[in-house]
Design a protein. Structure first.
Length: 200
């Protein structure tokens, strides 16, 4: 396991799973729709919990508007926060995720995952964290052939910028303001970045 120490201070990567989407194009609750044998959101959630159990530098919380997800996540002992304003766009979930994490150290990071990306591999996530930390940069995301995707990671120094975001464009606005701070890792294949907006 890769352990990284900055200035003799341990850090944490706070993984935040965004599971509050409106699913307008899908025509129903896609996150609870069955995909390959289980609810769509569980593919990412289960991988994140497995990765968290593997590494000591990760924790996890979930943002959702759905009661069934809240109950399932809560029964697994994972902190969950309800987003009653998901119609305001993804930035409303980003802000609630940061609130759910609570107090942080100055060496910490926020890492946002989306719940409709079932093909992302645990090995890719694990490698992303290690390579990002080794880079010494403060922003990062997984991409494929130049296409930037999720997850995205932010040093906590960008907290106020994240909290100032509005609408549905997400944290990539922060990337555009700080291009020299950005780390990108290529996924093994394009399908890892696929998120499902319409029925499969």
């Amino acid at each position: 396991m890769f352990i990284y120490i900055r200035g003799f201070m341990l850090f944490m990567i706070h993984m935040i799973l965004l599971a509050a989407g409106e699913s307008r194009r899908f025509g129903g609750n896609k996150l609870l729709s069955e995909f390959m044998g289980k609810p769509l959101y569980r593919h990412v959630f289960d991988k994140l919990t497995e990765l968290m159990n593997k590494r000591s530098d990760l924790d996890l919380c979930v943002v959702t508007q759905y009661e069934e997800i809240r109950k399932q996540v809560g029964s697994a002992g994972i902190p969950v926060i309800c987003n009653d304003h998901s119609y305001e766009g993804i930035t409303s979930s980003l802000k609630l995720g940061i609130a759910c994490v609570g107090e942080v150290m100055e060496t910490d990071y926020y890492c946002f995952f989306v719940a409709d990306q079932p093909h992302m591999k645990i090995d890719t996530m694990d490698r992303f964290f290690d390579r990002f930390l080794q880079s010494g940069l403060s922003l990062g995301c997984i991409c494929y052939e130049g296409h930037k995707g999720n997850p995205t990671i932010f040093h906590v120094k960008y907290r106020e910028e994240l909290l100032a975001l509005t609408g549905d464009t997400g944290g990539k606005q922060v990337f555009s303001r700080h291009p020299k701070d950005c780390f990108y890792l290529d996924a093994d294949s394009q399908i890892e970045l696929v998120d499902y907006d319409e029925k499969w």
